[in-house]
Design a protein around this ligand. Structure first.
Ligand SMILES: Nc1ncnc2c1ncn2[C@@H]1O[C@H](COP(=O)(O)OP(=O)(O)OP(=O)(O)O)[C@@H](O)[C@H]1O
Ligand SMILES: [Mg+2]
Length: 593
């Protein structure tokens, strides 16, 4: 991928004020020269900020905003990738980000909101690579030789485009750690589910027992009520039969005392007649008793015998007649009283039977009420619901078993994936496929860096092994990077940077139209060394008609350029008042050497 940068403009960025400062990138060698604190490195921070959302140097985001104006920091960069033109704008206070492709705003490169990973993909370069092959700073960039091994490897992986493997490794590691979390979580869930299932099984067994007890108890009670109903019904039949028998008996008895009332009437009526006849017999007998005294009962005179005889015979006849009446009547009375007695006995028996019927009826009514009550009771018992229905618990057990199966399946699948990923991690790790790549890459790296070191007139050789440990030798003597002089260090560092630049361009197929070098020439390098570097940079520019190299320095001056024969541009940065300004100064031709 090739990125052609066209222009950058910024305002309120660090020492720059509210007016836009614009830098149109060219394909020349440029010197950005000014005194300390003028605002040179700020340009590199602005490029880094607009492309990657963070400055080149380790400056907090909020400190990027010009402290006088305090707001409206904006940086806009325009570049082309292939046939597409892009305009990217970032701001702080307020924060903003805009990306335009061929004049149209790109909301998102995917369905998600545009994020830096996607922007990195669009640019084809990550922050780390940008810091080492596009904008190189001597001060804020740790020299490769002083980096820890893992940082060296990361940088080389990025430069050689091995980040896919690193990304894959990260991805697999992430996946494995997520999978391990999943296994842990699932195992905990599994234990929870198993405990819940066991608890529920106990509850179900308990409920089933209670349910059985309930049903047995219900059946017993129903049976008892049913038996009671049957008993009452059978009693009912008995009592109804009794009533029937009693009624038959009553019907049988009724004629026996049908005449009682008439007989009694007769007896009552006869009493007066009997008394009358009795009284007559008594009074006649009193009269007749005078026959013994032979005196008239009325006047007391003596009877003449004939007359008295006749009279008393008459009385006697009358007594006998009255006695006859009385006796006849009395006989009838006795016969009626006898018959009345019988009839009363019959009636009394009849009434007893009748009373028995009413007793039986009362009993029957009681039985009927009892049956009604029991039948109601039976229905109520029958309607009683078994509160010990474990179907909900059974459903939950089913559901938990399903979840348990999912847990077990997930644990199995995830464990399998963890096993595969563990193998993959070995393959993708430093000792695996990456080692293979490094074994291929390191010879190229060694070749390139030593070529540059030689060009810079340094008599040392650097050999990296596949783990990126280096051996630095001067002739037969081994030495350390930190044992080199400052100027030698700068030569080795620039050799390394140019090696990276070449490799990124040739092997990773990524390059851009700008190369910024901040203070690379300001640390310890002598005039000869500077001339060697400049010559090398000119070779690079001549080999790439689109490349513009920007050397930021407070030290380089026209004198250095007089050693090389090359047309260069000078951009001056100056502080006007409190704010920095970028001024295109002049167009110069280096003097022929
Ligand atoms: N937020 C800010 N607002 C205004 N000025 C700031 C802010 N932060 C830093 N500065 C100042 O901006 C100036 C420019 O800094 P810069 O690092 O670009 O200078 P330089 O030209 O690279 O200097 P040197 O040659 O020393 O590297 C410095 O004086 C610095 O103190
Ligand atoms: Mg600086």
């Amino acid at each position: 991928m090739y990125i052609k940068f066209n222009t950058i403009k910024f305002k309120n960025f660090l020492s720059y004020g509210n007016g836009w400062t614009t830098l149109n990138f060219n394909n020349k060698l440029n010197l950005i020269n000014a005194q300390n604190g003028a605002g040179k490195s700020t340009i590199v921070d602005a490029i880094s900020f607009v492309l990657f959302g963070k400055p080149y140097r380790d400056i907090k985001m909020k400190s990027l905003v010009n402290y006088i104006n305090k707001r409206h920091l904006e940086v806009e960069i325009q570049f082309d990738i292939g046939k597409d033109s892009y305009r990217m704008l970032r701001g702080l206070a307020p924060s903003k980000f805009e990306l335009y492709k061929n004049g149209e705003m790109v909301e998102a490169l995917s369905s998600k909101k545009l994020n830096q990973i996607e922007i990195d993909k669009l640019l084809g370069v990550k922050y780390l690579l940008f810091k080492n092959v596009m904008c190189i700073g001597a001060i804020s960039n740790v020299p490769f030789f002083n980096m820890c091994l893992s940082d060296r490897r990361e940088l080389l992986e990025t430069i050689f485009g091995l980040t896919n493997i690193a990304d894959m490794l990260d991805e697999v590691k992430d996946r494995r750690s997520n999978d391990n979390i999943t296994i842990k979580t699932m195992s905990a869930t599994k234990t929870g589910l198993e405990n819940s299932i066991n608890d529920l099984i106990k509850i179900i067994a308990d409920m089933e027992q209670k349910s059985r007890n309930f049903e047995t108890n219900k059946a017993d009670r129903l049976e008892k009520v049913k038996e009671h109903i049957e008993q009452q019904k059978s009693d009912l039949v008995k009592h109804e039969t009794n009533i029937q028998k009693c009624e038959e008996k009553c019907a049988e008895l009724e004629p026996d005392f049908a005449e009682l009332d008439d007989t009694m009437t007769r007896i009552r009526e006869r009493v007066a007649g009997l008394a009358e006849h009795k009284a007559k017999v008594t009074s006649l007998t009193k009269i007749y008793d005078f026959r013994e005294k032979n005196k008239c009962p009325i006047c007391g005179t003596d009877f003449c015998s004939d007359h008295a005889k006749e009279y008393f015979d008459g009385i006697l006849a009358e007594i006998n007649m009255e006695q006859g009446f009385y006796d006849t009547l009395n006989e009838k009375q006795k016969a009626d009283e006898e018959s009345a007695e019988k009839m009363r006995n019959s009636k009394s028996f009849y009434e007893k039977v009748k009373s028995r019927i009413s007793t039986e009826q009362t009993v029957i009514e009681g039985l009927k009420r009892g049956i009604d009550y029991d039948e109601k009771q039976y229905k109520e018992i029958e309607a009683e619901t078994n509160g010990f229905d474990p179907s909900d618990q059974r459903k939950r057990v089913e559901e938990y078993r399903k979840q348990l199966k999912i847990c077990n399946d997930t644990i199995d699948e995830t464990s399998e994936r963890v096993a595969i990923d563990t193998d993959l991690i070995t393959i993708l790790s430093d000792s695996g496929i990456k080692r293979y790549f490094f074994e291929e890459i390191v010879p190229i790296l060694n070749l390139k860096i030593n070529e540059y070191i030689k060009k810079f007139g340094l008599n040392v050789e650097v050999i990296f092994d596949s783990m990126l440990e280096y051996t630095l030798t001067r002739g037969a003597f081994e030495m350390e990077y930190n044992g080199l002089s400052n100027g030698e260090k700068t030569r080795v560092n620039v050799a390394m940077l140019l090696t990276f630049y070449d490799i990124a361009k040739q092997l990773s197929n990524w390059s851009s139209s700008i190369l910024f070098m901040d203070e690379i020439f300001d640390t310890g390098i002598d005039g000869e060394g500077i001339t060697d570097f400049l010559k090398e940079l000119i070779t690079m520019i001549q080999g790439d008609s689109n490349l513009g190299v920007y050397l930021i320095s407070h030290k380089l001056n026209d004198l250095n350029f007089s050693q090389i024969q090359y047309k260069f541009e000078t951009l001056r940065v100056q502080k006007k008042g409190c704010f920095s300004q970028l001024v295109k100064d002049r167009n110069e031709q280096g003097s022929p050497s």
